[in-house]
Design a protein around this ligand. Structure first.
Ligand SMILES: *Cc1c(COP(=O)(O)O)cnc(C)c1O
Length: 467
């Protein structure tokens, strides 16, 4: 064992290697020594466990890799060809050019985040966006925070702490990524009062549960699942009527925060913020980066008297939004103000993309890859906690031979890996050993990048086939 340890190269020897020396041009000596020590330690650990000792070459390779890894943590740009438009793992909504420009502008230097340029005095970070949100939603007041989870948490903490909040058993749900209604409720200090059953809850169930301690009636949009068959749910109209009768506000966690009518694209109706506000909910909560199509944010719109309480609560400070996303959100909202959302907000452009156009692009993609690729019918999903189970018809580029067996390292898996290793990476999905690429979740201006990746992948596959 001692001998094996001795076979490892010394720190100085590694430092004198040309590749490590080259790293020295960009990174400090101390960092390189530190990483060399870590890798040698790892090698010693392997030896002590009677595992084969890595060669000097392998150690140098692993040092270079480690430095590269540290210096490129991401998140980095990639192409989403999965056909899931709002893919939470891929960063949800891509942003419009104007939104990107506004965020760039706001990050350039100082800005009037909390400064009134007119009077030269202190301002508030929420004022500009509030006017815009009120205009777009019809609400009396609005507040923007870090994300929708924190918006709901703030609402419940500020207005329902140590009081009761009534929610249907069918809506005390998990949205994903750890957002569970009962747990958010617990964190806020509000007491969850579940009524009804998983599939059926009536307004009368809410009414019977009202006590002097009731702070709110909560509606949660079941944004990631669908109850089919025998199901009844008290409508928002009924809840608001009940709330008005008993002097209790309705909180509406909309999830996606849609401002446009989704039925014009043959989709199910996704609840719209304007509708909730018009019906008279006390507070509506929604995300900035789902169907709104902007940066991550949590938006609260509703009655002034309630929103004011949220603004003053200490937690508002803890969940406030930063200047860059605030600028981006405003730019995205202006698209709605100008009624150009369908034309310029990427998620809406993708939803509105005409099928013949998708088909045309799919044919070009397939042609670039070669004869192994064909164009087939398929379905795109909205994703990201909106329109569960609802799909849009699309055309897919399918590469590989279909088969039901799910071999771990099938050709589709290998090809998917090659596509992921492109610069930028291209992400597809695999079904029955076929790699599927959906042009719907790719913007047409990204096509040259996809085509480049397809060519390069086809080449790589050919060379692999020969060896
Ligand atoms: C997505 C979602 C949330 C969480 O929103 P984030 O912006 O991801 O924090 C909360 N409630 C519902 C109903 C959702 O769909």
């Amino acid at each position: 064992m001692e001998n094996k340890f001795r076979s490892l190269p010394g720190v100085d020897k590694l430092l004198s290697d040309s590749r490590i020396k080259q790293l020295g041009d960009s990174y400090p000596h101390d960092l390189l020594v530190d990483i060399i020590r870590q890798r040698l330690e790892h090698a010693r650990h392997l030896i002590s466990q009677d595992k084969p000792s890595p060669s000097t070459e392998e150690i140098i390779e692993s040092i270079c890799q480690r430095v590269q890894q540290l210096a490129s943590p991401g998140p980095r740009y990639l192409i989403n060809a999965t056909g899931v438009i709002l893919h939470t793992n891929l960063g949800r909504a891509p942003l419009s050019q104007e939104t990107i420009a506004a965020m760039d502008e706001a990050s350039k230097g100082y800005c009037d985040l909390e400064f009134d340029l007119g009077g030269g005095t202190r301002g508030h970070r929420n004022v500009h966006i509030e006017q815009l949100l009120c205009q777009m939603t019809g609400a009396e007041a609005a507040l923007v925070v870090n994300n929708n989870a924190s918006a709901v948490l703030l609402g419940l903490t500020a207005l329902a702490r140590k009081k009761e909040v009534i929610v249907s058993r069918g809506q005390a749900v998990e949205i994903g990524g750890g957002f569970r209604v009962p747990e958010v409720m617990k964190q806020s200090g509000a007491k969850l009062v579940e009524v009804g059953t998983t599939n059926c809850t009536y307004a009368a169930d809410f009414e019977q549960a009202i006590t002097p301690h009731t702070a709110a009636l909560l509606r949660v949009h079941s944004s990631n699942f669908k109850v089919v068959g025998f199901a009844e749910m008290a409508t928002l109209e009924e809840l608001v009527a009940l709330g008005n009768k008993r002097g209790i506000p309705v909180f509406d966690d909309l999830g996606s925060g849609c401002l446009l009518d989704t039925t014009q694209f043959g989709l199910d109706p996704e609840p719209m913020v304007q509708k909730s506000v018009a019906l008279g909910v006390g507070l509506a909560f929604f995300s900035g980066d789902k169907l709104l199509g902007g940066p991550q944010a949590g938006i609260i719109a509703g009655k002034k008297q309630l929103v004011d309480k949220l603004k003053k609560h200490p937690m508002a400070r803890a969940v406030r939004i930063d200047k860059i996303r605030l600028a981006g959100l405003a730019a995205t909202l202006i698209h709605y103000l100008k009624d150009e959302a369908l034309k310029v907000i990427p998620v809406w452009r993708m939803i509105a993309a005409p099928l013949p156009e998708i088909e045309r692009r799919a044919r070009v993609w397939a042609q670039e890859f070669g004869e192994q690729a064909r164009v087939i019918d398929g379905e795109s999903m909205i994703g990201g906690g909106s329109l569960p189970g609802d799909t849009l018809p699309t055309r897919l580029v399918a590469i590989g031979k279909q088969s039901k067996t799910t071999k771990e390292h099938g050709p589709a898996q290998m090809l998917a890996g090659i596509m992921r290793s492109q610069q930028p990476p291209v992400i597809g999905r695999i079904s029955e050993n076929v790699l599927l690429l959906d042009p719907r979740s790719v913007l047409p201006e990204e096509d040259p990048v996809v085509i480049q990746a397809l060519r390069s992948a086809a080449n790589k596959l050919q060379t692999k086939g020969k060896t």
